[in-house]
Structures are given as structure tokens and as C-alpha cells.
Design a protein around this ligand. Structure first.
Ligand SMILES: Nc1nc2c(ncn2[C@@H]2O[C@H](COP(=O)(O)OP(=O)(O)OP(=O)(O)O)[C@@H](O)[C@H]2O)c(=O)[nH]1
Ligand SMILES: [Mg+2]
Ligand SMILES: [Zn+2]
Length: 349
């Protein structure tokens, strides 16, 4: 009989998945290096860190196996790709690199796309006067996010953060490079010794030290993922999805509605949101980008469908050969008219 075991993917390495089994094997092995069965690839199923899987073909002495089945996911964070997340922890530094509210907002928007709870960690609290730190905490609390201000140098805030992360489930640290995600994991799990890199240059950017997503156990039931930092999270394609990713907007719109159903929530008359909210301008910037991309996509779609925009009308796009033909025909007709004694219209008309 084929031996099958259930487990969870905790890391991806080139073509291999590192799977931790729910129950240890004969000699206590619990971590297996696994390939994927080809039929998994054929059904278009991509395996992510966090996925629940079934393995077979187990070779205990070499701790190898093959993933034969993938369980349905309860949630997915697209970037970094982590399945079955219960909490997304957006991590930004208060300094080095400088805290940019727009970049922070973009990270929060991608985190919201999971539909799971989102919290915020402000790192390097030791680099900012207490009053400025407090002001940041109040500001993001006003956006609707629980926040922990921490320092891995002084230990500030680490106890409270740990308490919030040991709830069962998978939490993911995500944020720009160099903000101290790996340093935080090292502080929470002192035996880990993950590589950290310093920040450099005028903008104090990180060096993309972490290259892979990996899950670590904070408690028997709580897993925490480190992830590679990146600097430009994507926005959704749909303005409606964008508005739902701002808790301030989401909560207001759940209570009351704007006068027009296609309201852009930019403080136009009849907008339930008005313009008197902190992230009004940040929302506007994100919305413009989403709308511009939607427009560019629509134009590309029309071009593919052989249509083009003429003022407010769509008309069939003629292929250049046909257009040349029809221009030649018009010129010919004009010449015929002229030779028949008709005059051209006066250019001043
Ligand atoms: N002053 C100060 N520096 C910190 C703190 N935490 C981390 N650092 C420094 O920040 C730099 C970047 O830390 P990392 O942990 O590598 O950052 P990261 O977010 O994992 O970066 P990537 O892996 O590139 O995404 C290192 O030089 C750390 O020593 C902190 O609390 N205070
Ligand atoms: Mg790192
Ligand atoms: Zn509105």
C-alpha cells in the first residue's frame, strides 16, 4: 500500500518544496524535501508556501518524497505568495528607509486583498523621538489598523507583538526591503539567525537580503513567514475593489451610500465620504493609477478587437491597406469631379 502523509509547505527551493509533516516519521523525521507530481503541474496548480499537501513516494532515509495532492486554500496573499494566511503583518520602518505613507498604503491594499486581518508593525522605533513615533501610531490607528511600534535594538514593543502573533494560524511579514523583517524574526526566535543586510544610499534602501518566503514556528500552532522585501506593490484592477481596501471607506460605505452609485469618493457633491479624511489624497493617487491602467487596458482590448476610439464613438479600425485604397479612390473621385468642371471648396469655408 502506498504510504501517504499530510503536511504543509514551509519553503520553496528551486524545484523542491520543503514540507513539514503533521506527524513525524519512523526516526522522527518531519521535514521532507519534495518534488511535485507532474499531474499537479498539468492541472495548473501552483504550489505556494503555506499550502496543505499530501505526499507519497516517501524515502525516509533520504527524507525525500513527492507531493501528490494539494488541498483547497482558505486564502491567498499574492505577493509575497503565501497560502492560507490568517493575518498579514505589514512592516515598515519609521526611518532608514523613510516611512512613505503612499508606499505603506500600497502594502496595506495588497494585504487587504486576502480578506484576512491586517496589522501594522513600525520598526526601528529607536531612531525616532517618542512624540513623533506616537504621532505615527495615532495616524495609522485612525486609518483602522492595529499597530505595534518596535525596536529589535532596544526590545521595545516585542513582548506585546509576540502576544499578538502567537494566535494560531499563519501570519506573514511583508514590507519594503531593509525595514527589519528578518531582524524581527531573529528577535522573536533567537536560534534562527536569519541573514540581515544593512540599508545603503541616499534613500537608505534595503539590499534585498531575504530571497525566499519561509515559514517558522512561533508556537505549536502559530507560523510566521519572513519574505523578501519589494518596493512597488500592485494595485487592484477594479476601482470598487480599491475602495473596499481602505477601511475608512469600507466602514463608511457600509453605513451610508453616496448619491451616485459610480461615485469616485473624491469629495464630489453627494459623496458620503467627503474629502475630510487623512488618506483622501493617497486614495486619490491610487485611484488615478487604477483608472489610467483600466483605460489603457480597454484601449488595448479595442485595438485587438479591431475598433478605435473616434471622439466618444467606437468605430471599426481599417487595416492600412484598405485605408490606402479608400484614400486613393477618394482622390480619384475628386480628380474626376475637377475635370468635370466642379471646383474644390474654398479653404476659408
Ligand atoms: N536602528 C535599528 N535598526 C534595525 C532595527 N531592526 C533592523 N535594523 C537594521 O535594519 C537593516 C535591515 O534589516 P533586515 O532585517 O535585513 O531587513 P529586511 O526587512 O529583512 O530586508 P529584506 O530581507 O531585504 O527584505 C539591518 O542593518 C538591521 O540591523 C531596529 O529596530 N533598529
Ligand atoms: Mg529579510
Ligand atoms: Zn463617494
Amino acid at each position: 500500500m502506498v504510504e501517504r502523509r499530510a503536511g504543509r509547505v514551509v519553503a520553496l527551493q528551486a524545484n523542491y518544496c520543503l514540507v513539514v509533516l503533521d506527524r513525524p516519521g519512523p526516526d522522527g523525521q518531519q521535514r521532507l524535501l519534495c518534488t511535485r507530481r507532474t499531474r499537479l503541474g498539468k492541472s495548473g496548480q501552483r504550489i505556494c508556501v503555506g499550502d496543505r499537501v499530501e505526499v507519497d513516494g516517501i524515502d525516509w532515509p533520504s527524507a525525500r518524497a513527492a507531493i501528490s495532492a494539494l488541498e483547497p486554500r482558505s486564502s491567498l496573499l499574492e505577493r509575497p505568495a503565501v497560502a492560507n494566511v490568517s493575518r498579514v503583518v505589514v512592516v515598515v520602518a519609521v526611518r532608514e528607509p523613510t516611512l512613505d505613507p503612499l508606499l505603506l498604503t500600497r502594502f496595506l491594499v495588497t494585504a487587504e486583498a486576502t480578506g484576512q486581518s491586517v496589522q501594522l508593525v513600525l520598526t526601528k522605533a529607536d531612531l525616532l523621538p517618542a512624540s513623533e513615533l506616537e504621532a505615527w501610531c495615532e495616524r495609522v490607528t485612525g486609518w483602522g489598523y492595529p499597530v505595534h511600534a518596535i525596536s529589535t535594538l532596544t526590545g521595545q514593543g516585542l513582548g506585546a507583538l509576540r502576544a499578538s502573533l502567537v494566535e494560531s494560524g499563519i501570519a506573514v511579514l511583508c514590507g519594503p526591503s531593509g525595514v527589519g523583517k528578518s531582524s524581527l524574526l531573529n528577535a522573536l526566535l533567537p536560534n534562527l539567525e536569519l541573514r540581515v543586510g544593512n540599508v545603503s544610499g541616499r534613500l537608505q534602501r534595503g539590499r534585498h537580503t531575504t530571497r525566499h518566503v519561509e515559514l517558522f514556528s512561533l508556537s505549536p500552532t502559530a507560523l510566521l513567514a519572513d519574505s523578501p522585501g519589494f518596493n512597488r506593490p500592485d494595485l487592484p484592477d477594479d476601482p470598487g475593489v480599491l475602495s473596499q481596501a481602505f477601511p475608512e471607506l469600507r466602514h463608511r460605505l457600509a453605513e451610508t451610500s453616496c448619491r451616485f452609485s459610480n461615485c469616485r469618493h473624491q469629495g464630489d457633491p453627494g459623496c458620503a465620504m467627503g474629502s475630510d479624511w487623512d488618506r483622501h489624497a493617497l486614495y486619490g493617487q491610487c485611484l488615478c493609477e487604477v483608472e489610467q491602467r483600466a483605460e489603457a487596458l480597454a484601449m488595448a482590448g479595442q485595438r485587438l478587437a479591431g475598433l478605435r476610439q473616434r471622439g466618444s464613438r467606437l468605430e471599426p479600425r481599417l487595416d492600412p491597406q484598405l485605408r490606402r485604397e479608400s484614400r486613393r479612390r477618394r482622390r480619384q473621385e475628386l480628380e474626376n469631379d475637377l475635370s468635370a468642371g466642379l471646383s474644390l471648396p474654398d479653404p476659408a469655408d
